[in-house]
Design a protein. Sequence first.
Length: 323
Amino acid sequence: MTFDRRAFLGKTVTCACHLALAASVMPVAARKVWAAETLGHVVAREPFATLEKIADGVWAVISQPLNGDRTTLANGGLIAGKNAVLAVEGFNGPAGAEWLAAKSMELTGMRPTHVVLTHHHGDHANGVSGFQTNGAQCAVHATAMTRDIVVERDAKTPGALLARTTTLSAAVLLSNTEATRIDLGGRIVKIIPRGGHTQSDVTVELDDPSIVFCGDLVWNAMFPNYVDTTPSKFVGAVRGLKRAKDTLYVPGHGSLAKAREIDRYIAMLTEVEAGARKAFKAGVSAEEAGRTFMLSESLGPWALFSNVFYPRAFEAWYRELKA
């Protein structure tokens, strides 16, 4: 897929910028939402993140970026099999990937042999080279669009590294049976294209135990960044994450989630859609409609950093409705 590099660099406000602004304005009450009680067992704690064991051989990185330390910034994790270890996300800079690679060695006796980038935003991808320091080898898995945008946007990410990327399908799949599968040795990981938050998202999933690494399709208890979003696909992709059995979700940002948090998140996205459609039909500008929009109190507390993020969501909906 081709893209206009100048337009992309000029218009895109990354999740990293979104969170940096959040850190400067987020009220104490909203910070408490971020620091919700963990659903995993903390095995490592740093100023920038915790590493939480969520199943045998599975760990989640839960970033804590609001103190200004942006080593990881986004969430991610590790999935270990008998023969290999897969890391989820490249993080905001190489130091984040290097830290997780060292933790992988401590916990499994292996550095990550694979890494999956869920999408192209810099806080999830720009540090991927940190998995290949000191001669270490780690196969990178990403869609072609994710690979190309990361190389174009971030001069610090070696093009030669991502040129060796194992390219994932970007087509939205109708069933998990079509997913890309990676055998780590007694454990199969599925990589599923979803789309919505960007044009080229993937999720990383396990069936047993039932765990989904969501990338930025899910921001738990936080209002998401709509800057590159196709909203109808976004909502549909999140609904597609739901499973009949008990499942643990690792969001792109925020604390670990279960079905109830995903349901609440879907309700919030649905309310934003309803508000945008109503305002569009009434001829109200996206900026004005977003500026006056408020989520229902029945949805409970959200990390709503500033109402500047509502107009951005409405603008995304208006782009799609106009099309």
